[in-house]
Write a protein that binds this ligand. Sequence first.
Ligand SMILES: NC(=O)c1ccc[n+]([C@@H]2O[C@H](COP(=O)([O-])OP(=O)(O)OC[C@H]3O[C@@H](n4cnc5c(N)ncnc54)[C@H](OP(=O)(O)O)[C@@H]3O)[C@@H](O)[C@H]2O)c1
Length: 299
Amino acid sequence: MHSDFQHWIDANLDSQKGKTILITGGNSGIGYYAALGLAKVGADVIIAGRNAERIEQAVRDIQAEDIAGSVEGGIIDLASLESVQEYANQFQTKYSRLDVLINNAGIMMPPADTTEDGLESQFGVNFIGHFALTGRLYGLLKSTSGTRVVTLSSIAHRGAEIDFDNLRLEKPYDTVREYYQSKLADIIFALELGHRADAKGDDVLSVACHPGFTKTELQRHVDPALLTKFTFMDTWQGALPTIVAATGDVKSGDYFGPDGPGEMGGFPALGVIDSAALDAAVADRLWAVGEDVTGISYP
Ligand SMILES: NC(=O)c1ccc[n+]([C@@H]2O[C@H](COP(=O)([O-])OP(=O)(O)OC[C@H]3O[C@@H](n4cnc5c(N)ncnc54)[C@H](OP(=O)(O)O)[C@@H]3O)[C@@H](O)[C@H]2O)c1
């Protein structure tokens, strides 16, 4: 493990002993390093992903590190609402508490495709899958005291738009526009969840974060020549805003990202939320879409 990561952990993190933390997409990239960092300070971490082999390998890799907590795996495909429901059911049978849910898994700019439920795949995986998972686990979150939901957005939310007439690939596919839409949906979800939990008096915080530009497998569908034009942080550093959102002294509506120019690199600080994410009418409509598509009303 990178020694700078260990130094940052030693300098910044309190013990998370006794906390159960679920991270989607925890087998690679930011999710992996967030899981490792949190397990190092004592959390019982569950990494859930779609590929059993990759999940098992990541569990073994984290167990091989010097961790004070534990790590286990779980199988969920966020591109299938049936899989999300199955996994949420299994999770509640196995675990009696959930302190932190980290909605991390994501895809970026893949070839045009739809999820099992007919949604454009980036919108379906990045947003709807997590809307469903959070909703299915909301009862468990509510029954655990001092819980929080952390949702990964992106600088890409800035200036993006939710096109309610193009959530099911109705229009000619635009890889970039659809990715931006999905990450805007993620931050709107994080903010709206916080408002709704507050309004009901639920002991659940909702926080957003983003990793600036971080080298991970997310860029697998991007032309390598284009990638050379950007400077990427090491993966461990990109996980720091997530770790701060999951463990820090936060309030609902906080949004953490790197503190450097344009929030592209650096160390965790509060980031700027674009006005695109603050339209209450869009948030209400997006929430209604989430409920309609998933059949879930948050308790
Ligand atoms: N890296 C960046 O610069 C950057 C910038 C802004 C935002 N983000 C956000 O950060 C988050 C983490 O991405 P990353 O950069 O760490 O990329 P990554 O290395 O590709 O990790 C993404 C994870 O999500 C999992 N995943 C993808 N589709 C899934 C599905 N249908 N069901 C369950 N799991 C699925 C992947 O599983 P497999 O291993 O099986 O593919 C992988 O574990 C994403 O939400 C991304 O949008 C990243």
